[in-house]
Design a protein around this ligand. Structure first.
Ligand SMILES: NC(=O)c1ccc[n+]([C@@H]2O[C@H](COP(=O)([O-])OP(=O)(O)OC[C@H]3O[C@@H](n4cnc5c(N)ncnc54)[C@H](O)[C@@H]3O)[C@@H](O)[C@H]2O)c1
Length: 326
């Protein structure tokens, strides 16, 4: 298939694009590099620098490469920034995605995989969280993902665009050449490992008085390769299915202290840990039910064992201590 991957110079998109070329798809990466890295786009992927808001450019690229399916990763991901400055995340995640959907509708491209997020659920009422759990985002970032999920139903009915919205929990881990390099980095695994790599850095735990066994928050970490696999399975299941929603999580939760301990084990030394205040809006436990994805698409989180996640991210970070920077 000829597949357009938006946000393919970013963390999850780059891994997914690399997996798609391994399966002999023709992959076009479309990314304006506002947060991504050109070096993260592997050789056999055709790279185009462009903004998803540029509808005419997108249309030309899709026509030129006879695009048949789109995986849409591009978007703003910083939750705190979305609270401080919602107009930016609305413009990029909502207006930008509508620009992309415009192109799909006009060119009759009827397959789309959308990167949604567990942030659509907000404070969970029950865990593990199933897809039919009420959606009630507690920040603009989660709200933008939900707005698009809802639009997808109408775009299916009106224009026949089949889609799958994948609600990832915490993407983590690395492959041989591709890893996580966000600036600023707000994700736990690379932050803990950065502290393991640099003795001058300490690591702050945001609160240890939660109602969990060790008092720290529990989260669900899923290896980026398993997320890529979920995309590929969802793509193959798409035609004539309308709109599907799947959680992408390991289905197991680990506390922050458990992640720190795993990082200490792999690094072979103790970290300088400080315990700070709770962050507003951090639920005590966020764990996915991954049953639907396993049952319907036969997905298995083969790489998402915590040790494997930490080991792969550690290997990548040691090779790339400055991330993708030379
Ligand atoms: N990483 C996670 O744990 C996680 C969890 C849930 C959902 N998601 C979603 O998955 C997607 C990918 O996340 P990620 O961690 O790889 O993020 P990332 O920031 O590493 O990648 C996003 C990419 O999109 C590009 N981009 C952003 N706006 C663009 C625009 N207007 N036009 C063209 N390119 C643009 C950036 O340059 C970047 O390369 C995002 O949509 C995110 O909301 C990620």
């Amino acid at each position: 298939m000829n597949i357009l991957v938006t946000g393919a110079a970013g963390y999850v998109g780059s891994v997914c694009a690399a997996e798609l070329v391994k399966q002999r798809h023709h992959v076009v990466a479309y990314d304006d590099l506002r947060a991504g890295h050109r070096q993260a786009v592997v050789d056999r992927v055709h790279f185009v620098k462009g903004d998803i808001a540029d509808t005419e450019r997108l249309k030309r690229v899709c026509k030129q490469h006879q695009i048949e399916a789109v995986m849409h990763f591009a978007g703003d991901i910083l939750v705190g920034e979305s609270v401080r400055n919602p107009r930016l995340v609305y413009r990029n995640n909502v207006c930008g995605t509508l620009s992309l959907l415009e192109v799909l509708a006009e060119l009759k491209i009827r397959r789309l995989i959308f990167s949604s997020s567990a942030a659509v659920y907000g404070e969970p009422k029950s865990v593990p969280i199933q897809e039919d759990h009420p959606t009630s985002p507690i920040n603009p970032y989660g709200e933008t993902k939900l707005v698009i999920e809802r639009a997808l139903t109408w775009y299916y009915r009106a224009y026949g665009i089949n889609s799958a919205a994948l609600r990832y929990f915490n993407a983590a881990g690395a492959t041989g050449d591709l890893g996580e390099d966000h600036r600023p980095e707000t994700h736990l695994v690379p932050r803990v490992l950065a502290a393991a790599l640099d003795p001058d850095l300490s690591f702050e735990i945001y609160g240890d008085d939660y109602p969990t066994p060790d008092g720290t928050c529990i989260r669900d970490y899923v290896h980026v390769l398993d997320i890529a696999q979920a995309h590929i399975l969802a793509l193959h299941s798409l035609s004539k299915r309308g709109v599907s929603i799947y959680n992408v999580g390991h289905g197991k939760g680990y506390s922050i202290r458990a992640v720190v301990k795993a990082a200490e084990d792999i690094a072979g030394h103790r970290l300088d840990i400080r315990v700070g205040e709770r962050r507003p809006g951090d639920p005590a436990v966020l764990v996915a039910s991954a049953r639907k994805l396993k049952r319907e698409l036969k997905w298995e989180p083969r790489n998402s064992d915590l040790k494997n996640i930490i080991r792969s991210a550690w290997v990548w970070m040691r090779k790339h201590p400055k991330g993708y920077r030379k």
